[in-house]
Design a binder for this molecule. Sequence first.
Ligand code: 4AZ
Length: 276
Amino acid sequence: MVAALIAALLGPLAPQAAALAPQAQAHDQDPDRAVIGGYPVRAASHPWVVALSSRDRFGSSRSGQFCGGALVGPRTAVTAAHCLSRNVLGVEPSQVRDLRVITGRGDLSGTSGKEIPVASVRVNPEYDSGTNKGDIAVLRLSSAVPQKSVIRMAEKNDPAYRAGTPADVFGWGDTTGSGSYATTLRAARVKVMEDAVCARAYPGSDKGTFDAATMLCAGVESGGRDACQGDSGGPLIASGKLVGLVSWGVGCGERGRPGVYTRVSAVAHVVRAQGG
Ligand code: 4AZ
């Protein structure tokens, strides 16, 4: 439990750790924790899903992928603020010279799609790494993607936020809970959960606290479908809109431990401030 908590809070993956030191063995003997329940999807069908990449920091085998993101404007992508932390990158984001957004590449071992350099990064100034509140960063791209590759952000009171709404989370993260990162894009079908259920799942006093104003949680009652390490920053889509960004959780796919997402409607002002 403590190991799982620490692993869950460390962020998507420490630089180079994906290949060298996959996440703690705590999950290995526990099949309940070792299924994320996704299915393969085509990047072309979900063109707003992007991979965040730095080969300098994470190696080249999976195109340098270390987090996910979503295109919300022709020159604007969003991801999780924690993806750009020193904890994840090993250095300040400004020191990562090959930070890129990869679009239209479902298979990270290939060269399809486009790699677009990130021109500037705006980490939500209200992001609190102690509580995980406000976990969003906005990336300004150096060239534009077609408008048809952009996904709309859900607004406050959008019915997509109602408990029970089916939602899909996308990413190239860990598919087992024990450090097996996907090479091809996957999605898992979950449901938006009642805030009260999330609050009961995460009543802790600091990083383990669910905050309904700035977060939502999603999963399935039985567990087994969830985002995991490496999926951070990636999109949660409901009713054709971006409702969440993969942010945190305890373990992956555990019963009673839904994934926690940045509530996009609560941080849309950060995107507008950047001109997205
Ligand atoms: C992570 O560390 C992480 N099961 C992402 C999502 C979840 C847990 C951890 C949710 O990037």
